[in-house]
Design a binder for this molecule. Structure first.
Ligand code: SAM
Length: 279
């Protein structure tokens, strides 16, 4: 029988955040695949666990992926541990899960800390709907294409960012999205944990004075409803009421339905539309 791959979430700072189940799993598996073996050794020493370790990271994921799949096929149980947090979130664990799926190997989540989710919950921004974007691409073209798409994103948007790229990212966000609210969540669960709730201009002003340090989760407000409504109104302002109603008639609506739809778009009454088109 093949073994199983356990996706073990580990602390993003505070070692006390390890779960009982994660400890039990790390104790019971045959092998631990770790993104950063030195960091995992520190964790295993803290937990008094000795296990064979195999490194599995961005640069060896192809060869090591095949190696780990063979081990799993031979019945070994493997725990996958990322640098910190939950494997497969912005790390090569994603690829190993795909390989397991292709090879009929069971994958088991062992849940725990995720930096992005912890940033979101303390951000003070809406948490009901959100879009996780991970790290913004450093490729200029794909970065600006994505930022262009995000202009109309209404959900709260979460990014990962490294301190040396923070200012550049804040400036790009300001340019693309306008001055939105942002929570900069730094060093979560660590001694210097900080949640700075401000707007993009405020964040730029602060980090221009004090260079950023530590790991960041950026939580950015989605497009404000008022901005969307304003844009919608501007769209109809450039079209006559007659053309607007005709657009819906051409799309198959009755005149009555078209008047209702146009009134709705423009935030006016059906009577107002009727009075204009019947003049
Ligand atoms: N798999 C991880 C998880 O579940 O959180 C994310 C891995 S990603 C390669 C690393 C990024 O997560 C960092 O660059 C930073 O943006 C964010 N991060 C990790 N630990 C953090 C912490 N303690 N505080 C704030 N952000 C953190």
């Amino acid at each position: 029988m093949p073994g199983k791959l356990y996706l073990c979430a580990t602390p993003i700072g505070n070692l006390g955040d390890i779960t009982y189940r994660c400890v039990e799993t790390l104790r019971s598996v045959d092998l631990i695949a770790a993104e950063d073996t030195r960091r995992t050794v520190t964790l295993l020493n803290y937990l008094n666990i000795e296990k064979p370790l195999v490194s599995y990271h961005d640069h060896n994921r192809r060869e090591k992926g095949g190696f780990l799949i063979e081990k799993l096929k031979n019945g070994e149980n493997i725990a996958l541990v990322s640098d910190a947090g939950t494997p497969a979130i912005s790390d090569p664990g994603e690829d190993l899960v795909v390989l397991c799926a292709e090879n009929g190997i069971e994958t088991v989540p062992v849940p725990g800390p995720v930096a992005a989710i912890n940033g979101l919950i303390v951000s003070g921004l809406p948490t009901g709907r959100f879009a996780f974007e991970g790290f913004l691409s450093v490729n200029r073209r794909s970065r600006s294409e994505l930022l262009e798409k995000l202009k109309t994103e209404e959900r709260t948007i979460i990014f990962h960012e490294a301190p040396h790229k923070l200012m550049n990212t804040l400036n790009d966000l300001l340019k693309a999205l306008g001055n939105r609210r942002i929570a900069l969540c730094r060093e979560l669960t660590k001694i210097h944990e900080e949640v700075f709730r401000t707007d993009l201009e405020g964040a730029i002003a602060r980090y221009a004075e004090t260079p950023p340090k530590g790991e960041f989760v950026l939580v950015v407000e989605g497009r404000p409803a008022a901005e969307a409504a304003e844009e919608e109104r501007a769209k109809w302002d450039g079209m006559t009421v007659e053309t607007h109603v005709q657009m819906y008639v051409d799309a198959g609506m009755s005149e009555k339905e078209a008047i209702r739809a146009a009134a709705n778009d423009r935030g006016v009454s059906k009577r107002d539309i009727y009075n204009i088109i019947k003049v």
